[in-house]
Design a protein around this ligand. Structure first.
Ligand code: ATP
Ligand code: MG
Length: 249
C-alpha cells in the first residue's frame, strides 16, 4: 500500500501517516484527523513507539472488562477506521462487542463510507447510522448515538475521543476504555481504563489478551480489572514521556 522501505527507522510512523492521508482521500477521515495524528505521533515518539508495561497492563484489564461486559460497544471515528479497520473487527468478534461509528464531524457521506470500509474488512453489523438516541449535555451533532448501541452499552471503547464526549459518556455511567497517546488529555483522565498506547498496537494486543483470557472465569476477570490502577498507569506513561528515556536509542 506504500513505498516506504520497511527498514526505515520510523517505518510504522510513516505508515500510520500514510494511512491517515489515504483515509482523507477516500473521504473516511476528516482533514482535522491529520492534526490529531500529528499530536499522537509526537507522544508516541516520546514513548519510544512501543507498548510500555503499564499500557500492556491496561490492555489486559481492558480485555477482562470487555469479556465481563453485558453490552460492550467499540466506537469508531475516521482515524480509527483509517488506521485499524481489520483490528476493530477482530477485537469486536473476540469479545462479542458491537461496532458503532461516531464522528466528531458527522456527515451522512462519511458515515456511509466508513460503514462500507468496515464491512470491506469483515464487519457484519455496523451501528451509528440510526442515531435514534442522544448523549445528554452535548451539542446536537456530537450527541447522536444509536439506542441499541452506545446509548445502551455498559462498557464502551472510545479510541482517540475528544474530551467533552468522553466526559459526557462517563457521566452517563458508562465504563470507558480510552485509547489515547496523550496521558494528560481529558479523555484518558476520565477513563476507567486509560490505555496510553498507539491504537495500531493497542487493539491487536487487547485482542491477544482477550483470546488468552477466553476461558477464564468471572472471578479471575474481575480480579484483573480490580487490580488495575488507573492513576498509576497514567503516571507511568507521563513519567516515560518526561524522562526522555527512549527505548532502543
Ligand atoms: P482535547 O483536549 O479536546 O481532548 P486533543 O488535543 O486531545 O484535544 P483530540 O482531537 O480531541 O485532540 O484527540 C486526539 C487525541 O488522539 C490526541 O490526544 C492524540 O494524542 C491521540 N492520538 C492520535 N493518534 C493516535 C493513535 N494512533 N493512537 C492513539 N492515540 C492517538
Ligand atoms: Mg483529547
Amino acid at each position: 500500500e506504500t513505498e516506504i522501505p520497511t527498514d526505515h527507522p520510523r517505518y510504522q510512523d510513516l505508515l500510520t501517516r500514510h494511512r491517515i492521508e489515504a483515509g482523507v482521500e477516500k473521504g473516511i477521515t476528516h482533514l482535522q484527523g491529520m492534526h490529531a495524528e500529528g499530536r499522537g505521533s509526537a507522544f508516541d515518539y516520546l514513548l519510544g513507539e512501543e507498548t510500555i508495561p503499564s499500557a500492556d497492563d491496561a490492555e489486559r484489564a481492558a480485555a477482562a472488562q470487555l469479556l465481563l461486559a453485558d453490552h460492550p460497544v467499540i466506537s469508531v471515528n475516521g482515524n480509527v477506521a483509517a488506521l485499524v479497520p481489520g483490528e476493530v473487527v477482530d477485537l469486536a468478534s473476540t469479545v462479542n462487542a458491537a461496532i458503532e461509528i461516531n464522528l466528531f464531524n458527522r456527515t451522512p457521506e462519511r458515515m456511509e463510507r466508513i460503514a462500507d470500509h468496515l464491512r470491506d474488512h469483515g464487519a457484519e453489523d455496523v451501528l451509528g447510522l440510526d442515531a435514534d438516541a442522544r448523549i445528554p449535555e452535548l451539542d446536537h451533532e456530537r450527541s447522536k448515538v444509536d439506542a441499541e448501541g452506545i446509548y445502551e452499552a455498559d462498557v464502551v471503547v472510545v479510541p482517540l475521543e475528544d474530551g467533552d464526549r468522553a466526559e459526557a459518556l462517563s457521566e452517563m455511567g458508562k465504563t470507558e476504555i480510552v485509547v489515547d497517546l496523550n496521558p494528560l488529555s481529558r479523555s484518558p483522565q476520565v477513563a476507567a481504563i486509560p490505555i496510553v498506547d498507539n491504537i495500531i498496537r493497542a487493539f491487536p494486543n487487547t485482542t491477544e489478551h482477550a483470546r488468552a483470557l477466553a476461558d477464564a472465569d468471572d472471578a479471575t476477570l474481575r480480579e484483573i480489572v480490580d487490580s488495575f490502577d488507573r492513576a498509576e498507569a497514567l503516571a507511568a506513561a507521563e513519567d516515560r514521556i518526561r524522562s526522555g528515556d527512549l527505548a532502543g536509542e
